[in-house]
Design a protein. Sequence first.
Lengths: 284, 287, 626
Amino acid sequence: MSELNLRELHNTEFPVPNDLQSNVAITSLSKIYNWSRRSSMWPLLFGLACCAIEMIATAASRYDLSRFGMEVLRGSPRQSDLMIVSGTVTKKMVVPIVRLYNQMPEPKYVLAMGACASGGGPFKEGYNVVSGIDKYVPVDVYVPGCPPTPQALLFGLIALQKKIDGQSLANFDDVPWYGVGPSEAVPVPVLGPDIIDPRQMELIRRAAEAAVEGQPIGKREAPKRQEAAAPAKQAAVAKTADSADGEAVAADGDIDPKKARLMKKREEMLARKRAREAAKKAQG
Amino acid sequence: MAEGGFGYGLGILKGMGVTFKHFVNTYAADIGYLLNMYSDRPGSGTKFETRQGLKARGMYTVEYPDEKLAVPERFRFVPFLIVEDYDHEERPGHDWCTSCGICAKVCPPQCIWIVRGTNPETGRPKPEPEAFFIDIDICMNCGYCAEFCPFDAIKMDHDYELASYDRTTNHIFDKQKLSKEFRYWRTIAPTTAVEEMEARGGWEHTDVIKARKKAEKAGGKAAAKSKPKAAPKAEVKPAADAAPAAPAPVAEAPVPEDDPNIDPKKARLMKKRAEMLARKEARKKNK
Amino acid sequence: MVDQTADAPQEQVEHLTDSEATVRYLTEKFPDVVKADEREGFEGVVIDRDHLLEVAQVIRDELGYDYLSSATAVDYLGISDHLEMVYHAYRTTGGSALNFKAQTPRENAELPSLIDVWPGVDFQEREAWDLFGIRFDGHPNLKRILMWEGFHGHPMRKDWHEAYYEQDTKPYDSRWPGGDVLRTEELNVFGKNVSYPADIDLSRLNDESEDALYSGLGLGVDIQELDEGSELKTDRLVVNLGPHHPSTHGVFRMIVTLNGETVETLEPVMGYLHRNHEKIGERNTFLHNMPFTDRLDYICSMSNNHGYALAVEQLLSRGARYQPPTYRAEVIRVLMVELTRIVNHYWAIGFLLNDLGAFFTPALYLIAEREKILDFFEATAGSRMMCNYMRFGGVFKDIPERIHSVANLMNDQVRDFNTMQYLDELINERIPRSIEELDQYLTENEIIKARTQGVGYLPPEMAVAYSAAGPLLRASGVPYDVRRADPYSIYDELDFDVAVRYNGDIYDRYLLRIDEMRESARILQQILPRLERTMGEPIFAGNKQHTPRVPVGEAYGRVENPKGELGYYVVSEGDEKGPQNPWRYHVRAPSFINLTVLGQMCKGHKVADVVAILGSIDIVLGETDR
C-alpha cells in the first residue's frame, strides 16, 4: 500500500515488456481514477457510539489508517469522501446524518460499522433507534461485529477499496455520480410524533386513513408462517428485507416522477450500449 | 505561572524531549532488529511479539493485511455451531446442538432463532435443530450462548473478517453457514477445548459419552451378550484419540508430529496455514 | 446495612445505623407526612408529595444530606398504580444513602421540583418528565431532554409500547422452539422502527423540536440594548456546537449564546445517542443487562459491570441460598476495575489535549499504552472493549494462564505471554513509567497551563449542590470517593489515598487524573500479591444460573467509576416467586449528571474554552444519553 507500485495499474489488455514494467504503466482511465481515489479516501471525522472508539483505535498508531491514505479525518463533510457510520443511529441523530451525507461531495461512500449501524444491533428494539442506517442513506460496505475490532474495520475498508476498484467510469449504473446532471439529495427525515421519512409520506397518509381510533399505526400482523424449508425462508427474508432503494421500489405507487424519468433514461442508455457492444462483436 | 521571564518554555522543551524519546525509540529498536529482520520472517513471531508486547518502547504498527494480530483464545465474535468432524467415523457432520433453546433464552438481544427438530416418524422432539438462525446485525458478541450451552455446541468464532456489500441476503446466518467442524474449535481454542473435554469426560459429545458409559455399565452386567447400539465404535475412536490427549499438558493434544526435526510449534502453524488457505480457496470458489 | 429499617426493634435505639436513625428522626418529626417504606425489600421513607419540598429542606439542612446522588421515577402500573419518584441522598462526609420517595397518581402526574434544594436534580427531573411524564412544579426549564419535543407519549411508562414491541419480558416466545426467523422490520408497515399515533396530522410537519430548543434564549433582542457604553453595536450570537463536532466527544450538542467571543449562556442538548437502555433493560432478564452495561460508558465496561453486579447481588443477598462472591473474584474485580480507571484516564487526558489543540500526538501515545491493557482484557474476557466479564457471584472466567493467541486467519502473527508475568510487568513497570512520562510530557507545559489554569472554575459548594461526581468533584476540593466513603468489594483493606485538588479548574482536573492513576497503580501493586496468593481458588460462588430468580425489593449499587459515581437503581417486583426481569432498571450516569453544571462553568469564558471545559469533565455519550 505504501509505495507506488506501477504494476497495480497495468491494464492487462496492453502487454508491457517485462523489463519496462516498473517504469511504464499502460492503464485505463477508470483504473487510474479508481486507484487514486481509493488511495486517498478521506473519512468524515464522525463518531456516534462505541464503535467510534474502535475507529479511533484504528486510526491510532497500532493499526494506522494512514497506510491506506485514510488518515486525514476531516471534520467537515464537504472535504470527505467516506462516511464511517460508527455506532448506533438514533432517530434524533439520523436527521443530522442525512444532512451530512447530502453535504458530502460525490463520489461518496458509506461504511456501516458494527451491528448497530448495519441493522440496529442489540439496541434495535429501542424506541429511539433506527434499524440500520441503510434505511435512510445507501451503504456500500457493512462491517459486522459489536464492536468490530480495528482489524475487522480495516478488512471492511479494504473491501471498500476493492469495490471502488471495480467501478467504471463508463457504467453509471452502479455509480450514479458518473452520470449526467446533479444527483438527488436524500430527503431529510422530520421529527414529528415519531420520525417521518418524507419518502414514505404517502404510505403514512394511507395508513393513517385506515387507522383505528386510538390505536398506533405501524404494526402489522406477522406474515403467515411458511412451512417451506430453510433456504426458501432465507429467500423470503431477502425479498422482503428493505434497503432504502428496495423500499422506493416496493411502494411503487409513490415513485418520484423525476427518478422514474432518470431510471428510464438510464435503461435506454444501457440498451444502446449493449447494442453497440453487440455490433462491435459482430464486426470483430 | 511564568509570564515571560527566565525559564519560560522549559516545560515545553521537557515535553518535546518526551516526543523525541518516542521518536528515537521507535527507530532504535528497528536498528537492533535489522540484523535478524529477515531471519525470523515470516511466522515465528519473536520480533512481532516483542514489538506488540510490553517491552516495546516505540510505536509499532500491525501491517494489517500483510500481518495480523492473532486473537487470543477467548476472543469472541459472531457465534458458530459445532458439528462432528466431516470425517468422523460414527456420525460425520452431526450437530452437537440438541435444540434445547438455552442459547436463545440467554441471548440478550434475542438474535437466535431455533426450530426444534421433530422426529418425522413419531412426531416427538428430537435432539437436533431443524433450523438455526443468528442475525449478526443484532448479535452483540457477548458470549452468553457459548457460556451457558450445556452441550458445548455453540462457540464464539475468531473469524472477524466478515465485511460484506449487502446485508439483506447474507447477514442472517443459517445453520449451514454457522456449522463448523469440531476440529476447528480445537484449533482455535486448544486450551479451552481441553478444559471442556475434561469437564465432559471425553472428546466426543456429551450424549455419546453418556451412551458409552451406560453401555459400559450394561456391558459390565450382561458381559458381551448383546452389543449396545452406538457405543462400541465410539469407544474405539477415543481410545486412539484420547491417549495422547489425556496426559498431554494442554494445547499440544491435536498436533501430529511427523518430523521430529521441525519445531512442533512451527509445524502446527504451517499446517494451520495450509488448512486456512484451502478453506479460503474453497470459500472463494463458492462465491 | 439498612435492610431491616422497616422492622427495627424499638429497644435497639443506640444500635441504629445512620440511615435507620434518619428514618426514625424523619418519621417522628413529620408524623403524618413521612412514613417508613414498609414494602418488602424496600427501605427509606415515603414523603407526602405536598410536603416534599419542606421535608427535603430538613433532609439537607438539618440532617446534612447535602449531596443528591440520584433521582428517578418508577412506574408501578399493575402493582400500586402510581408513579414514584425515588431520591438517593448522601452526606459528603461519607456514609450510606438516605432513600426517600414521593408518589403521584399516573394521571396528571405532578410533583414539586427539588431544584431549589439540590440544583443537581435539574436534568434528572427533566428526564423523568420526558420518559415518565411527571410534571415538576417549579422547574424553570421543564423540556424533554432525551427525546425530542413533539414525540408521542412518555416511553418509559409501562403501558407505552415501542414500535417493535413483542412481549413485556424476554425471552421472547417466538425464538424457540418455533424459531421462525424474521427481521422485526417485516412486522412494520413502514419497514422501519416507527409507529405513529392514529391522529397524526401530516399537514403541519415542520420540525417543532428545534423551535423549543431556542425558546428562553433571549433571541431577537434589541441590538442597542446590549452595548451601552461603547459605540459598537453588537448582538448575541447563537452558535450550535454539535451534534456533529470533533470536540464534543460524541454526539453531544451545546447551544451557546455568545457576546463577541464570550459565552453568555450554554445549554447542553442531548439524546442523540439515547438508545433506550432502560426500556430495553426492563424487558431483559437480570443477566441480559450485563453486556448492555458494557455499552453505557464504553471505555470502562469493567467498572460498569461491577456496579451492576453489586446492585443485583444486593438483591440476591436477601435470598436464602445466596453466596457472596469469593475472595478471588473480588480481587480480580478490583484488578479489572483499577486497570479500567487507568485506561479511562489515559483516554480522558489524551482527548482533553486534543480539545486544547494538541491534535493527536498525546492521544496517540496514550492510546498505545491503552492497547497494552486492552490486550489483557481481550485475553481474559474475550473482547477489547465490551468485556461482559462480571457475573452475579463472581466473574466469567479466571484469568488465563497464558495470554495466548492462535493463528486462524492468513498471516496471523501469534503471541504468547505468561499472564502473571505480563501483569507484573504491566503494573510494576509499564504503567508507572507511562504515568511518569505523561507527567513529564504535559504537566509543566506553559501552553497547557495558560489554557487551563483558572478556566472552568467550579467552587466546591457548587460542585456538591450540582451533584457533580468523580474527578470533577474532587478537583474542587471535596475529597469524596465512594471507594472510601461507602466501601465496597475489598477496598477497605487496600491502602490508597483519595486524590484531591483544590483549585477546581481544568488544570487541576488534569492533575487529579494523574494523581488517581498513581493511586490506581498503587492499588494494583497491592492486588498482585493477592492474586498470586489466591491462585487456584474458585472465582465463582455457588452455581452459575442463566436466569436467576431475584428476591423482591429495591437496591442501589454504586461504584466509583472513573468518571464519577455510577449507580444502578434496580427494582425487582411483579412476581411472587422472584422476578426474572427487573421491574425498573435505572442508571445514575455520572457523565449525564456532571453536565448539569457545564452551563455554569462555561459562563464568561471564551468559546474556545468551552470544548476544553467539556473535555475536562470527561463525558461519554453512551452513558450520558443511555
